[in-house]
Unconditional design. Structure first.
Length: 125
């Protein structure tokens, strides 16, 4: 399984996870110059921008640790762009999912709601 396949497997699993919780997936792999959002989903209260990190079992590096200040800024910038193009009254929320997967199988999904916010970034929603 190459890196792209592993990432796609993780994103598919998180989409199913969110749908099982009642979210509607509105976009996937939303890209602007310099930023991307893996999954954009909505429920009655929130528009959720989810970053998915997929790792192999036994990986030494956590997917959560891979989302540093720079990466958060790029996601927030892309989310702001999305909200400008798709106006909504929903509250934005930034979530992170770590998926442990290997050989076409997902072993676990660790999901953090409201993992970070826009504090310290110059973007308004």
């Amino acid at each position: 399984m190459n890196r792209a396949e592993k990432g796609k497997l993780g994103e598919e699993a998180v989409c199913r996870y969110l749908e099982d919780l009642g979210y509607v997936i509105t976009a996937r792999n939303y890209r602007i110059k310099g930023g991307e959002i893996d999954i954009i989903a909505e429920n009655a209260d929130y528009i959720v921008f989810t970053e998915v990190k997929t790792r192999m079992p036994g990986s030494l590096a956590s997917g959560f640790d891979a989302i540093d200040k720079r990466k958060k800024g790029l996601i927030i910038r892309a989310a702001s762009d999305y909200c400008c193009k798709h106006p909504t009254m929903l509250q934005p929320r930034f979530d992170v999912a770590q998926v442990i997967a290997g050989e076409d199988r997902v072993f676990s999904i660790d999901y953090i709601q409201n993992a970070y916010d826009t504090t310290g970034y110059n973007f308004i929603f």
